[in-house]
Design a protein around this ligand. Structure first.
Ligand SMILES: Nc1nc2c(c(=O)[nH]1)N[C@H]1C(S)=C(S)[C@@H](COP(=O)(O)OP(=O)(O)OC[C@H]3O[C@@H](n4cnc5c(=O)[nH]c(N)nc54)[C@H](O)[C@@H]3O)O[C@H]1N2
Ligand SMILES: Nc1nc2c(c(=O)[nH]1)N[C@H]1C(S)=C(S)[C@@H](COP(=O)(O)OP(=O)(O)OC[C@H]3O[C@@H](n4cnc5c(=O)[nH]c(N)nc54)[C@H](O)[C@@H]3O)O[C@H]1N2
Ligand SMILES: [Mo]
Length: 810
């Protein structure tokens, strides 16, 4: 979240789109209720289903799954055409006036630099600004230049008229326009709007671009950086925010640093590319400190073995030849190119797309290690469970090891919430039986591996044998020791640059913030954004003072938020150029003549006078927010509508004559998987998968109470479809895709209606994802029997939310 849970109550308009917060985030959803009660906030829900969030909304609009870019592109067009934008904000805080290179182009759905063989854009050089002689980007403050971002964007989205939106999304024009009007009411400085989203946006082959389009709407409205505003990703598992923060993605390092790729053998080049220099005069470009974050991280991992002479151990880091995300891992296993797999807190045959492929892939491994408190479907993927897991164990040689672990209530530790708040928790009970904590198991594996490398050598043992392991009990590091390491400490006395005799941080002391990190090896920090969470004053994550002096939900002494205990990101943008809050009743910070002060920690240099013109988006080298994604995105600088890989209409109405632009031209799809895709002729209905409050994924079905309240697998279909296929509530239906099928009880509902898409009637089928063949509920089919193995081009997240099925009476 750019903002935080409590801050939702400061909103005047709340759009829940691509998520079902009342169902999947029922505790956090109370802040929506508070906003409705105390501010008369209006809640809008845009969803293929009239879901639990919709049932308490002020306005609901239906949408076809997978078509949100068309909808939001239409909103952008509406805001620009009807002049419903926060002028002062976009003029000063976005790239509106920036001039784009002459060779940038967009032709019938494809941007410049495309290579159809590579299924992507290997050359993104034209997606950039035009640079001046002075080394800065050229701008046109009058916004007249035909290639300034404002004009390019206006032209791009002019095609997304209300009629086009209705045709692609199936949202009736009057409902679409009503949503536009409600959102547009927040374009004025005195009103705030927030967007809450989750998997209804991420689980698509164009998921990242859906989110970007939402963010563009928020920027036009001046809703980023203000109280009651923001782009708020309601995250999943209780600590999934911590997972990405700590870099547990195959291409990341802690604190959103990135692993080098195989072309980056040279350390200086690696740093130079990431330590971005300002693109406009007097911008902070905070990533310029990348070297300090990186060297401190390397010191945390390799201690004394990381020296200036060996580039702080740069050679110890793997260099990626490709991303090693989940879909890649399964593909490699499937090709027989992987020997073993450690599955830690992960039920992969239940959660990955195309279960058939996943089971085949696991069956080609030599060994599989399961670390889990429960016996999951994955731990028994090799066992025959009849129709639910129809495998022949005699054909599977994989050796499976099950290591029982503790769970969060059985240990101390911290969880990072969607609000970026790191909150400490304390052990409640002792672990049962032979369970060991994940820390103990991983340490045990590490110590044995290190001993093996110490004994046998091997090609390159240094990264393992030189790893720093400074824990009191090496076989069982404590969560406290790790938390302190993530925060970081001084490895030498840190002195005042103006007065070298003055010691600011003594050698061995905990650091108090990431501004103290150095690139000379004199500081260590395992995760720079967590620096400040466990200082010399103690564990900041354990703080429990919920006082809120100004009454706007800024409880700075409750736990600790990254970065720097700041609660609202980009909060400089809540003030005008002179430093006055746009809305004094919802002040976060303001310039008092000599400093930025207020109920939040300034996301800015605290003493930077407004007249210097430093922009609020300090992580971007241009200092402003980007409508034009000049680098980074896989499929282009402006989001464009592409159809889901399994499209119910077979073509892209935006580009009917260009088959290259039917689906995302830069999506993650392995060549062999294309043959698993089905067509609308054979599978005419749109399937979408989702959660129920009563279960958490695939493991609460092991708990009797949850199994009692939600005992049996079902799917939801609308009354119209039920009539078409001759089914009444309670009948069993068979739902098939080109990859497999499931049989479940039909819930026939008024909450799902057919939509008219490009002249055709399209029916949605809702498939809750919780069932399987282990646990206390009645056995069921894994939902991912149905889903296609295709992912977003940026995040590689699979397209779980839009695929083709056929529903028939069983
Ligand atoms: N009780 C419970 N709570 C949970 C979980 C759980 O298993 N059980 N899981 C947690 C996890 S890990 C996560 S990631 C979150 C997920 O939280 P959510 O994303 O809110 O959960 P979902 O139920 O998967 O789907 C959300 C909604 O997206 C809609 N949708 C589908 N396709 C589209 C589309 O193309 N456009 C739009 N606008 N909407 C679409 C669906 O109809 C559904 O209402 O929930 C977390 N909370
Ligand atoms: N079709 C479809 N597929 C989906 C989704 C969807 O919406 N539709 N959603 C996707 C999403 S967002 C997610 S997050 C995934 C979820 O997929 P998974 O993460 O695979 O699902 P969980 O059942 O939450 O599995 C977590 C496992 O961790 C174990 N566990 C709990 N605590 C601990 C612990 O402290 N240590 C260890 N080692 N194990 C522990 C639990 O017992 C459980 O077996 O599913 C994805 N798959
Ligand atoms: Mo999730």
């Amino acid at each position: 979240m750019t903002n935080h849970w409590v801050d939702i109550r400061n909103a005047d308009v709340i759009l829940v789109m691509g998520g079902n917060a009342a169902e999947a985030h029922p505790c956090g959803f109370k802040w929506v209720t508070e906003a409705k009660a105390h501010r008369k906030a209006r809640l809008i829900v845009v969803d293929p289903r009239f879901n639990r969030t919709a049932s308490v909304a002020d306005f609901y609009a239906p949408i076809r799954s997978g078509s949100d870019i068309a909808f939001l592109g239409g909103v952008i067009n509406y805001l620009l055409t009807n002049d419903k934008i926060q002028h002062e904000y976009v003029k000063n805080y976005t790239d509106f006036p920036f001039i784009v290179r002459e060779d940038f182009a967009f032709n019938d759905g494809i941007f410049s630099g495309y290579d159809p063989q590579k299924h992507g854009y290997p050359d993104k050089s034209s997606w950039n600004y035009e640079m001046g002689e002075d080394g800065f980007v050229k701008i046109d403050d009058t916004l007249q230049h035909p290639r300034c971002v404002y004009n390019l964007m206006k032209q791009h989205y002019s095609r997304y008229t209300p009629e086009v939106v209705e045709n692609i999304c199936g949202t009736p024009k009057d409902k679409f326009l009503k949503v536009c009007e409600m959102l547009a009411s927040t374009a004025v400085p005195g009103r705030a709007g927030t967007i809450l989203y989750a998997l209804g946006w991420t689980h698509h082959s164009v998921g990242s671009q859906m989110i970007r389009t939402g963010a563009m709407v928020q920027l036009l409205l001046g809703n980023i950086g203000i109280a009651g505003g923001g782009m708020n990703a309601l995250r999943g598992h209780s600590n999934i925010q911590g997972l990405t923060d700590l870099g547990l993605m195959s291409n990341l390092l802690p604190g959103y640093m990135t692993l080098p790729n195989e072309g980056e053998q040279n350390y200086a080049d690696y740093i130079r590319k990431r330590a971005t220099q300002q693109l406009r005069p007097n911008q902070l470009s905070y990533w310029q400190h990348y070297g300090a974050f990186f060297v401190s991280f390397m010191k945390a991992w390799w201690g004394d073995a990381a020296t200036a002479d060996n580039n702080w151990g740069y050679d110890y880091l793997p260099k990626l030849d490709k991303p090693y995300d989940l879909m890649q891992a399964i593909e490699l296993m499937h090709q027989g190119k992987m020997t073993g797999y450690i599955c830690q807190g992960f039920n992969v045959i239940a959660s990955a797309p195309d279960k058939r492929k996943t089971v085949e892939a696991l069956g080609k491994l030599k060994w599989l290690v399961i670390m889990d408190p429960l016996a999951t479907e994955t731990s028994e993927f090799w066992k025959n469970y009849g129709e639910f897991n129809d495998v022949d164990p005699s054909t599977i040689q994989t050796e499976v090891f099950r290591l029982p672990t503790t769970c969060f209530a059985e240990e101390n530790g911290s969880l990072v919430s969607s609000s970026r708040v790191l909150q400490w928790h304390w052990q409640g009970v002792e672990a049962p039986g032979e369970a060991k904590s994940d820390l103990e198991i991983m340490s045990g594996l590490f110590l044995r591996m290190r001993a093996a490398y110490q004994k046998d050598g091997g090609k390159f043992p240094d990264p393992i044998v030189k790893l720093s392991w400074p824990y009191a009990n090496p076989a069982s590091p404590t969560p406290e020791e790790l938390a302190k390491e993530y925060n970081g400490k001084a490895l030498a006395d840190q002195t005042d640059p103006k007065d070298p005799t003055r010691v600011l941080v003594k050698k061995g002391d905990q650091l108090s913030g990431f501004a103290q990190l150095k690139d000379d090896g004199s500081t260590a920090s395992g995760c720079w954004i967590f620096c400040g969470s466990w200082t010399q004053a103690g564990n900041q994550m354990g703080r429990r003072d919920n006082s809120d002096p100004t009454g706007i939900g800024q409880t700075l002494n409750w736990a600790w938020a990254w970065p720097a205990n700041r609660r609202v990101l980009y909060n400089r943008a809540s003030c005008d150029v002179s430093g006055k809050p746009f809305d004094p009743t919802r002040k976060l910070i303001g310039w008092n003549g000599s400093a930025w002060t207020g109920p939040d920690i300034p996301d800015f240099k605290a003493d930077e006078p407004p007249e210097h013109g430093m922009g609020p988006f300090i992580m971007n080298p241009e200092g402003v927010a980007r409508f034009f994604a000049r680098d980074g995105m896989a499929e282009g600088p402006f989001p464009e509508h592409y159809e889901p890989f399994e499209t119910p209409i077979g073509h892209n109405p935006m580009h009917p004559k260009n088959p290259l632009a039917t689906n995302n031209p830069a999506a993650r799809v392995f060549p062999d998987d294309r043959k698993t895709f089905g067509t609308a002729e054979a599978f005419p209905h749109v399937g979408t998968t989702y959660r129920l409050t009563e279960h958490f994924h695939f493991w609460t079905k092991h708990a009797k109470l949850n199994a009692i309240i939600q005992p049996q697998q079902f799917v939801e279909i609308g009354e119209d479809l039920a009539k078409e296929i001759g089914v009444v509530a309670g009948d069993k239906v068979k739902v098939s895709s080109n990859r497999g099928y499931l049989v479940a009880v039909a819930v026939v509902t008024k909450r799902i209606k057919p939509l008219t898409i490009d002249g055709r009637k399209v029916q949605h089928v809702g498939v809750p994802l919780h069932w399987g063949f282990k646990g206390q509920t009645q056995p069921g089919y894994l939902t991912n029997t149905l889903t296609p193995p295709v992912g977003d081009g940026n995040s590689q997240t699979p397209e779980f939310k839009s695929f083709l099925v056929k529903v028939e009476k069983a």
